[in-house]
Unconditional design. Structure first.
Length: 259
C-alpha cells in the first residue's frame, strides 16, 4: 500500500464493521423477514442493511478500491490496476443469525494481488472483533476493551483441537480427521472458526466442503497475521485472484503446528 497505511485503513474499516454490526443487531432484536436466494441460501433484512452500510463506508474512504460483496456480485467488474479490491460478506452465518445463536459475523477484507492483506471480522452479538494486516499483526477486541495481540498456538501432546461447523457437516472432513488420532471437536459458526485458530483457541480447521471467497477473505488475513495459514489439501495457499470463480477449493486452516 503506497497511498494509505494499512494500520490507518484497518482502523477505518473497523469502524465501518462496527456500524454494520449495529444495524444487524437492531434487526436481530425483532422479528425479521427471510428470503431465499437462487442458491437456496437464506437472505435477511440484516444482510441487506449491513451491505448498504459497508459499501457506502468503503466508497467514502480516501482510497478508491472496487468492492466485491456477496450481495451484489454482478456489480463487480474486477480489481484495480494494483490488483486490489474489497471483499465483503456483510453477514456471514445467516443460518446462525436465524437460529439466534450469536455466531455470525461482519467480514471485510482487502485483497491485493490475490492475497488478503487486511481483514476485519466483527461478531456483533458477541461484541468481539478480530483484526489483522500484513506487517501490522493480529488483534482481538472484546467489548470496549483495548486491542490484544493474538497469535496461533503450537500444538502440545494433548488431543488436537479441531474447529467444526455447527451448520455444515461432511463425511470427507471426518475421513480427513481419522489419521489425527485423538482430537477434540470445537463447534463454531461462520468465519469465527478461522478466528479461533488465529487466537490459539484451536489448532486446525479443515473445511472439505463448499465456501465462497467472501466467507474466508477477512478471517484469512487475520490468521495470516497471527502466524497461521490457509492451504488446500494439496498444499497450495488459498488465493483470491480469480474473482470469476467465487467458490473456494477445499482448504485447511493451520495454526502453529501441522499434523
Amino acid at each position: 500500500m503506497t497511498d494509505i497505511s494499512l494500520p490507518a485503513l484497518m482502523d477505518q474499516v473497523e469502524q465501518i464493521a462496527l456500524k454494520a454490526g449495529e444495524a444487524i443487531m437492531a434487526i436481530y432484536s425483532r422479528e425479521f423477514t427471510i428470503e431465499e436466494k437462487e442458491d437456496k441460501s437464506p437472505l435477511t433484512e440484516a444482510d441487506k442493511a449491513a451491505n448498504s452500510i459497508i459499501v457506502a463506508g468503503l466508497e467514502a474512504l480516501p482510497v478508491s478500491i472496487p468492492v466485491l460483496t456477496e450481495e451484489a456480485v454482478e456489480a463487480f467488474h474486477g480489481a484495480d490496476e494494483n490488483g486490489r479490491y474489497w471483499l465483503v460478506d456483510p453477514l456471514d452465518g445467516t443460518k446462525e443469525f436465524i437460529k439466534r445463536n450469536g455466531e455470525f459475523t461482519v467480514n471485510i477484507a482487502l485483497i491485493e494481488q490475490g492475497r488478503p492483506v487486511l481483514g476485519v471480522v466483527y461478531a456483533p452479538a458477541l461484541d468481539v472483533t478480530y483484526l489483522g494486516a500484513e506487517g501490522v499483526g493480529a488483534f482481538k477486541i472484546e467489548g470496549k476493551n483495548e486491542r490484544q495481540p493474538i497469535e496461533v498456538a503450537v500444538h502440545a501432546d494433548a488431543a488436537w483441537r479441531v474447529v467444526g461447523s455447527r451448520s455444515h457437516a461432511s463425511q470427507d472432513t471426518l475421513d480427513w480427521l481419522k489419521p489425527l488420532g485423538e482430537y477434540e471437536l470445537v463447534p463454531m459458526g461462520s468465519s469465527l472458526k478461522i478466528c479461533l485458530v488465529a487466537e490459539g483457541a484451536a489448532d486446525l480447521y479443515p473445511r472439505l466442503g463448499p465456501t465462497c471467497l467472501w466467507d474466508t477473505g477477512a478471517a484469512h488475513a487475520v490468521v495470516n497475521a497471527a502466524g497461521g495459514a490457509i492451504e488446500t489439501p494439496e498444499g497450495e495457499v488459498l488465493g483470491y485472484a480469480n474473482t470469476a470463480e467465487t467458490l473456494n477449493p477445499w482448504f485447511v486452516v493451520y495454526g502453529g503446528s501441522r499434523p
